[in-house]
Design a protein around this ligand. Structure first.
Ligand code: BDP
Length: 689
């Protein structure tokens, strides 16, 4: 009997330890050492009420008694002044006014001699954000005895861009298929849609673009609008607006017109009517996202018109409904001009020519979401145009979903790049890393990038460390030793990737098409600026892209103080060196090493960092459930293997130019260069349309 009970206990333990599959994200609401709360008095929208009561029941281990009229010592009081007279009687108008439509207030106060905690806001949306913030305090075990928090978002537009196709494949998606099941919509509303909305609302994301920027025109047919409207219905109570990516040639493909020329009255009329129809389906529709004249997508230039002509036509159709156009500046064409210069050259002259409801959407860097890029020179260069800053959460260039890469430091690096970036933007867009994998992002740490994006868009002053701290505590555990180690892993991870993939300012040297793994030797793409050799320019003299006045002079697109930091190879910080300069192999670096030695040092350091990450993880992983612990260990060992692959393939290839040895005593490459060059990846994920 004793043995049997022991066995049963062991099995039960296993079950609970195995039960974590990552689906609950950072909203796990398991019991914590919670502060003393005695009762709840709440008047809120149904979704907010449900979230708070369910969460508190989990966190406290039992439901809080609900009060209808009274207040007792230790009550949590939740409501807007409009919903609760007790809150209205506090006359918080002055404190609430600056918080606008989305901000909230959390305060410890005494009402009729009773100590209570108040969560309030001007609107139901604000109240929902306040509730999530309060829950975060409890989940992360902050004291709630003396609170005085007012919070309002730094940016009004905080949007996820899904590169999801209507057939559920996801462009550059590494976490399965799209969560949006267009086949079963609108009749079937998957619980996942609600959980997606909850997760977004919990970090302040207030918009979602449902479909790929390489957009199927079908999205604007009534069949799909009805489906999109069903999703909008699920998201609306969570303060999330739906936006759609549109194909510029839609008037031809689904409208039966002969042209999509934005200056043609019939085309303008088509877009007006189509937009009116969209608003019939989705009255609070957010607007259109457009990729035009970029990588083969149609656009106004097909008709000799400018990006402003195209964007303004759509803006006019949206304006009566208060919708916006997010017009992407990710454009480059095959030309002798350095690809890094092209977006600036096309867009800067258009500053001031866009309608008031056009936001130009600019990627964080001038090439394409590389592990490290300087900030895009359009930030600060278009003072009369609102700009959206676009980051990529899906790790197209950062190891797909098998590498642990915490991207808050990358986001911060861009936002902190002088005054241009943070002061030039009106919103942030994150290319989503979400799919139908049970844990949403494929890698448990991928969730941290979704989380960090939302938190930073809400509060631009948060540090990478603070965000990691919150996320770890909610996602895994409040154990201080665990939090400390995992935070160190996360904060080191992005730099590790830069080191083992593209150190010292190298960029775009990944495999062609699928972008998986290293291929610095690749030179067979149909366009020069899709070839890694175009970007690294290695030869017997040295390596790097001269973008100074002696080269492409992309540097001239930046303000003088920024230029001064980068224009001289002797002063240029090492991390940017090969982005801006073609540098001799024996160039003396700031560390005292030659360029070749430094390159080797960086590649080896990158791999060593991953080994350290693995070791550090294995030392603390038993603090959490076995399922996620094992999953992460396995992924880290893939990462370690792939980091060494990057290091060896790149160094062997660059060595054919430097003709210098690897550092004495260094671990030797596992294979020959020829072996790496011949590797083939037919089924790399993320490339199907
Ligand atoms: C590139 C991706 C491509 C996207 C493009 C974009 O490889 O799949 O369509 O960005 O942003 O990085 O439009």
């Amino acid at each position: 009997m004793k043995n049997f009970l022991f066995l049963l206990l062991a099995i039960l333990c296993q079950i609970t330890l195995h039960a974590e599959d990552g689906y609950r994200l950072w909203l796990r609401y398991d019991k914590v050492d919670a502060p003393h709360l005695t009762a709840l008095r709440i008047e809120a929208a149904p979704v907010a009420q449900k979230e708070l009561t369910t969460a508190l029941e989990g966190l406290l281990g039992k439901p809080l008694p609900l009060l209808l009229n009274t207040l007792t010592e230790g009550t949590l009081l939740v409501g807007t002044p409009a919903r609760l007279t007790t809150v209205a009687a506090l006359h918080l108008e002055k404190d609430l006014a600056p918080l606008g439509e989305e901000g909230f207030l959390i305060r410890s106060l005494t009402i009729s001699g009773k100590h209570v905690t108040l969560v309030t806001a001007n609107t139901d949306n604000g109240l929902l954000y306040g509730i999530f913030h309060f829950l975060r305090l409890i989940q992360t075990q902050q004291s709630i005895s003396d609170l005085n928090i007012s919070s309002a978002p730094s940016l009004p537009y905080r949007i996820l861009d899904h590169w999801d196709n209507l057939n559920r494949t996801v462009e550059r998606g590494y976490a399965g298929f799209s969560i949006f099941n267009w086949f079963t919509l609108p009749g079937y509303l998957d619980q996942r849609y609600t959980d997606y909305a909850r997760a977004n609302a919990s970090i302040g994301i207030n918009g979602t673009v449902l479909n790929n920027v390489n957009a199927s025109p079908l999205i604007l047919t009534s069949e799909y609008l009805e489906k999109a409207a069903a999703l909008a219905g699920v998201f609306r109570p969570y303060g999330i607006r739906v936006y759609l990516s549109v194909n510029f040639a839609s008037p031809i493909t689904i409208g039966g017109l002969r042209t999509a020329d934005p200056l043609d009255p019939a085309v303008q009329d088509w877009w007006k009517k189509k937009t009116d129809e969209v608003y019939k389906y989705i009255p609070d529709f957010g607007g259109f996202l457009v990729k035009a004249n970029s990588e083969g997508q149609p656009g106004p230039q097909n008709y000799g018109r400018t990006h402003a002509d195209g964007a303004n036509m759509l803006a006019d159709a949206l304006a009566p409904h208060k919708g916006i156009v997010m017009w992407r500046a990710f454009v480059y064409s095959e030309s002798s001009e350095d690809r890094a210069k092209q977006a600036y050259n096309e867009f800067k002259p258009l500053d001031g020519l866009f309608r008031k409801n056009v936001w130009v959407q600019v990627k964080n860097g001038p090439i394409d979401f590389q592990p490290r890029e300087p900030y895009h020179p359009l930030f600060g260069a278009m003072p009369r145009t609102p700009l959206m800053l676009e980051f990529q959460l899906t790790q197209e260039y950062l190891g797909f979903s098998t590498h642990l890469a915490y991207l808050a430091p990358l986001f911060r690096e861009c936002l902190d790049a002088g005054p241009p970036v943070s002061s030039a933007i009106t919103g942030m867009a994150g290319v989503a890393n979400i799919g139908n994998d049970i844990d949403w992002c494929g890698h448990p740490f991928g969730q941290a990038n979704w989380y960090a994006f939302g938190r930073l868009a809400w509060d631009q002053h948060l540090s990478s460390g603070q965000i990691a701290d919150e996320w770890i505590r909610q996602t895994f555990s409040n154990n201080p030793a665990f939090v400390d180690t995992v935070k160190r892993i996360m904060l080191a991870s992005r730099e590790a990737i830069v080191d083992y993939m593209t150190p010292l300012g190298l960029h775009h040297i990944m495999g062609y098409g699928h972008h998986y793994g290293p291929a610095p030797w690749y030179n067979k793409a149909p366009r020069a600026d899709w070839n890694p050799v175009y970007f690294h320019r290695a030869d017997s003299a040295g390596i790097g892209f001269d973008r100074t006045a002696t080269g492409s002079n992309a540097l001239e697109q930046y303000p003088p103080d920024v230029r001064a930091l980068w224009e001289n190879a002797d002063n240029c910080p090492d991390r940017w060196l090969l982005w801006w300069h073609h540098v001799a192999w024996d160039h003396r670096m700031h560390t005292g090493r030659t360029l070749w030695e430094e390159l080797c040092h960086k590649y080896y350091t990158g791999v060593d960092s991953v080994r350290w990450m693995e070791k550090a993880w294995n030392a603390v992983k038993n603090d959490i459930d076995q399922q996620r612990a094992r999953q992460i260990s396995m992924l880290l060992s893939i990462q370690e293997h792939e980091a060494a692959w990057w290091r060896d393939a790149c160094l062997l290839y660059f060595q054919t130019f430097s003709r210098q040895p690897l550092p004495a005593g260094a671990e030797l490459p596992a294979h020959t260069l020829d072996y790496y060059e011949k590797l083939n990846f037919n089924n790399a994920p993320g490339t199907l349309r």
